[in-house]
Design a binder for this molecule. Structure first.
Ligand code: NPW
Ligand code: K
Length: 499
């Protein structure tokens, strides 16, 4: 979704701060609630033009602000001629919600919870206004029959009830499945992380007149500075990609090609002697060198022009490769560690101690669990209280521990710097790239990052920009994508970016 580029990704606390600022600035909470309801009604009209006067809506209201939005939506839809059935899980407790409930009570009934399932089945549209930012614990058992009632269309206000706004995890594993989620001001972390996108359906963020908000985490945005102006190839760096033995070179070849396509001035692949012939048959612009062991790599790295290293794709996990990782880390260059190199680091405290600020680790979930088992366990345990531990929390902690940038791969890729900077590259909603679930896509991502690092990008920035370009390249190619296609998209993509 284009509108998402670079957007803040708010926590519930950050959203509440924005609301409090508006209220302190003279806009009453009740007015914000009314605007929120207007936004929901506008989204209903935009998303389901086939519905309108005479359509039947069932509004489910909770006790807090989310329920308050629901009462206001019920009133606005009834005024437009909809047939409204409203059911409250609990009486409105929060002051603005109580005011909205009183306004609605002048127009229609507040049904008790027992009749809810039938109303949900009858409705053309169900509006979930039970819980939003204030959900702190799993949905109670009274909601089970409603979740299973088989609603025709579900619109969630702010968040599908059950979803933790900060983590995108369903508390207690139960959550509404919305067709459309309408939220306000800016996306929340839970809209893009973990199961958030699957639970939200489509996402429509609407303005309610709040000031621009600062947030600890933002979405990635199109890279800047990719263009080449003039100068010598060495001005754009020289990336060295290490590859494995016979029959294992494909991953590194794709990574090397990606590094070259993204603009590294030179890319060299280094492999064991036995694999030279097969790699030579498959490489042209990428240069090839023989690499026997650690001593050979130490010597190779005396050439300071080799300014970015990539180790991992197809590398192997024997002692030789372990020693190659040790040599690379000792050289203290910009270094991407992926795949096998991450497995080696996970099981070797000396390698782990050698990580430095010039490194970027690019684990998928499995590699992350090997590197940081306790953090992975916290992500796997059932979440029972909000705000639940999130992939953002996990990546932040991982980067702090490793002392280098960490890119935790997924449809919700999280990039974290050791100083606490964070970005999420959300390949979801209008930026979905399901075709990236293909062998070798991760190797290409690592190669893109290494190519950017050869060009001078620091690890965190390289991770953010490579992740953005990776999704954009996949979307540009579309169905049928295989990993080899990704580097080939970069040229057209960069041209379309105006380079
Ligand atoms: N902020 C803004 O800018 C704007 C916010 N707006 C709207 O307000 C919403 C936030 O309102 P909110 O803070 O009142 O939270 P909300 O989600 O309604 O729930 C809180 C209540 O639920 C209760 N409760 C929690 N979990 C529960 C459970 N499992 N089972 C049962 N109860 C549970 C909890 O009780 P407690 O935990 O305190 O015991 C409390 O009573 C936000 O999502 C948006 O829709 C808009 O109007 C526009 C501007
Ligand atoms: K909701």
């Amino acid at each position: 979704m284009g509108i998402f580029e670079g957007s803040p990704l708010l926590t519930a606390a950050e959203m509440r701060a924005a609301e409090a600022e508006a209220i302190a600035g003279g806009t009453p909470g009740l007015v914000l609630m009314e605007r929120a309801a207007q936004a929901v009604v506008a989204a209903v009209q935009a998303h389901w033009p086939e519905l309108g006067p005479g359509s039947r809506v069932c509004v489910l209201c909770g006790p807090g602000g989310n329920g308050g939005d629901g009462y206001a939506v019920a009133r606005q839809l009834a005024a437009r001629g909809w047939t409204v059935e409203l059911h409250a899980l609990a009486p409105a407790g929060q002051a603005d919600a109580a005011a909205q409930a009183a306004l609605w009570a002048g127009m229609g009934a507040i049904g008790d919870w027992d009749g809810t399932t039938g109303a949900v089945r009858r409705a053309d549209l169900v509006i979930d206004a039970l819980f939003g930012l204030g959900l702190t614990r799993p949905l109670d058992a009274r909601l089970e029959p409603v979740l299973d009632a088989g609603a025709q269309r579900v619109l969630a206000i702010d968040l599908p009830s059950g979803l933790c706004s900060d983590s995108g995890r369903a508390l207690g594993g139960r959550c509404f499945d919305a067709d459309l989620t309408v939220s306000f001001h800016a996306p929340k972390r839970g809209h893009v992380l973990a199961e958030g996108p699957a639970r939200c359906g489509s996402l429509d963020i609407r303005d309610i007149g709040l000031e621009r908000t600062e947030a600890a985490v933002r979405l990635t945005q199109p890279p800047e500075g990719l263009g080449k102006r003039s100068g010598h190839k060495y001005g754009y760096g020289h990336a060295l990609v290490l590859s494995g033995g016979v029959g294992r070179g494909g991953a590194a070849r794709m990574a090397a090609r990606a590094a070259l396509r993204i603009g590294a001035g030179l890319v060299t692949m280094a492999c064991p002697a036995a694999a030279l012939q097969e790699n030579a048959a498959r490489l042209d612009a990428v240069m090839l060198r023989r690499l026997r062991d650690r001593a050979a790599l130490d010597e190779m790295l005396e050439d300071e022009r080799l300014n970015a290293l990539l180790l991992g794709p197809g590398l192997g996990v024997r002692t030789r490769e372990r020693d190659l990782v040790a040599s690379a880390l000792a050289a203290r260059r910009s270094t991407v560690l992926d795949a096998d190199a991450l497995s080696l680091v996970a099981q070797d405290s000396e390698l782990r101690a050698g990580l430095h600020g010039g490194c970027l680790l690019t684990p998928h979930d499995g590699e992350f669990a090997r590197l940081f088992p306790d953090l992975a366990d916290r992500l796997k345990e059932e979440a029972n209280a909000g705000p639940a531990f999130s992939r953002v929390d996990a990546a932040r902690e991982a980067a702090a521990r490793a002392g280098c940038a960490v890119l935790l791969k997924g449809p919700d890729t999280v990039i974290a710097a050791p100083d606490g900077r964070m970005r999420v590259n959300a390949g979801v909603y209008g930026r979905a790239a399901p075709w990236l679930a293909t062998a070798g896509a991760g190797d290409v991502l690592a190669g893109m990052a290494a190519g950017l690092m050869a060009r001078g990008w620091p690890g965190f920035e390289a991770g953010c920009d490579a992740a953005w370009l990776h999704v954009a390249a996949a979307r540009r190619f579309g169905p049928g994508l295989i990993a080899e296609d990704l580097p080939e998209q970069l040229s057209g993509l960069m041209r379309e970016m105006g380079l």
